[in-house]
Design a binder for this molecule. Structure first.
Ligand code: 4AD
Length: 431
């Protein structure tokens, strides 16, 4: 019977057929050990010269790394490790003998591997990261649906900027001149809450930032969530619950992947039992000075500052209420200090850096118009966005999660380029 490796434990002592690829082959005299993967997992298949026909034995000897095959055998439990299963092979059908595979067991540099990304994806580590990514994405959808958020996708081709004009990718658009690839879908889902109350989008966004850090991509996936009648404090609460829901699902579903990635899950487990810390920007600056940073009031937090603030922490830290001068036009002013806005960054632990950015939005027509003018933004392009403040304006808030930042943190991966199947970096577009 055809089955998949991830459910092989149901078939102990039964004959099954697997369809997959050869990861590795070792032989010792009259035994050949084949490591097979089928997409759902990895298993060792054992061929003994006495247990198969001469023809099958010879076929097995011709197998090369990455050859595709159909393999049949009896499932057995590893004599010493009861959670490990093996296949005692009775027959093999070769589908394709792979040519000499460029990725071998020896160490390869990142440039080489990125050039071979279409093949590198097959390696065990990359498989594990892809699986964690799938769990992170599914957990986001699941949590938001449980909280009555409606998926409402936003456009990718957009006429105007949301997060400032410096990081836009322009695209020529027929007779309408230049348009841009979206940096976030936020402004559009702010419109959609007028219809469905709470919603989220999920899709690729683009930033023409010349950042070459381990946390920046030029194309990444973002989930923007937005909710009517939600203010600043509740907005942070939703973010905390969502992040915890993601971590919980990863712990539940990714144990095999975490083992491959050698990811110690203790910090995630500890984090789930505690509340996240909340520090205002005004509190963060002297705290950072005491930790050795030379940041000045009014500056954005650097990578090192984020690390300092979370170094000793078992929980992520919200840095909230930033100076309005360094934040986008749409954030609502803090009624207690109008130089500040009701926003937050959420800094993950274990060096994850900023993983979520959110804010309460300015819902007053005149103040928002004033902010658009102060920033010198083209008023006519934002007329529709201003309209939202004319017809039944309500307090509302939202946030965006960078999916790859979350995957990087959950999987314990050093560089974000491994957290998306085909990374787009400042100096890389291929494959
Ligand atoms: O903080 P950002 O810029 O927030 C927004 O775009 C808001 N409009 C979101 C909203 O309120 N709906 O970006 C949100 C998140 C960041 O916290 C980070 O996780 C991720 O997007 N991010 C990046 N991820 C990878 N590469 C980059 N260049 C990123 N820039 C931001």
């Amino acid at each position: 019977m055809r089955t998949y490796i991830h459910e092989i434990d149901k078939y102990i002592d039964h004959e099954v057929t697997l369809k997959g690829w050869l990861v590795n082959k070792r032989s010792s005299g009259k035994i050949i050990f084949l490591e097979i993967r089928d997409g759902s997992g990895f298993i060792q298949a054992i061929i003994t010269q006495d247990g198969v026909s001469k023809q099958i034995w010879e076929l097995a000897n011709t197998l090369t790394q990455e050859s595709s095959l159909i393999i049949t055998g009896i499932v057995s439990q590893h004599p010493k490790k009861p959670s490990v299963f093996e296949l005692q092979v009775s027959t093999i059908q070769i589908i394709n003998i792979a040519q000499e595979y460029p990725i071998s067991k020896k160490e390869h540099g990142p440039d080489f591997l990125l050039n071979e990304r279409h093949l590198w994806l097959r390696s065990k580590r990359q498989w594990a990261i892809l699986k964690v990514r799938d769990v992170v994405e599914t957990a986001i959808h699941q949590y938001l649906h449980e909280q009555f958020f409606v998926r409402t996708d936003s456009p990718i081709l957009t006429p105007n900027a949301c997060e400032g004009t410096t990081t836009l990718f322009p695209v020529p658009y027929f007779n309408l001149g230049e348009v841009y690839l979206a940096q976030t879908g936020q402004l559009y889902i702010e419109a959609a809450i007028g219809s469905v109350g709470r919603c989220y989008d999920f899709g690729p966004v683009f930033r023409a930032e010349k950042s070459t850090t381990k946390r920046h991509l030029t194309e990444f996936w973002m989930m923007d969530a937005e909710a009517a009648f939600v203010e600043h404090e509740e907005n942070m609460q939703i973010q905390e619950e969502l992040v915890k829901a993601i971590a919980k699902q990863c712990l539940k579903k990714c144990q095999e992947e975490f083992a491959i990635l050698e990811r110690d899950t203790t910090p995630l487990e500890k984090m789930l039992t505690q509340s996240f810390r909340r520090v205002t920007y005004e509190e963060a600056i002297p705290l950072l000075h005491s930790l050795g940073s030379d940041i000045k009031f009014g500056e954005d937090l650097g990578n090192d500052d984020e690390r300092l603030l979370t170094k000793e922490s078992e929980v992520p830290v919200f840095i909230h209420k930033w100076p309005k001068t360094i934040k986008p036009f749409y954030m609502k002013r803090d009624p207690e200090n109008t130089d500040l806005v009701l926003n937050n960054d959420l800094i993950g632990i274990e060096g994850a850096g900023e993983i979520v950015g959110g804010s309460q939005r300015e819902d007053d027509y005149e103040i928002l118009l004033g902010r658009i003018r102060e920033e010198g933004l083209p008023e006519k392009d934002y007329a529709w966005y201003l309209d939202l403040r004319k017809y039944g304006s309500v307090a509302h808030s939202g946030f965006g999660i960078g999916v790859e930042r979350m995957v990087r943190w959950m999987s314990g991966t050093e560089h974000i380029r491994e957290c998306i199947p085909f990374p787009r970096l400042v100096n890389r577009m291929r494959p």
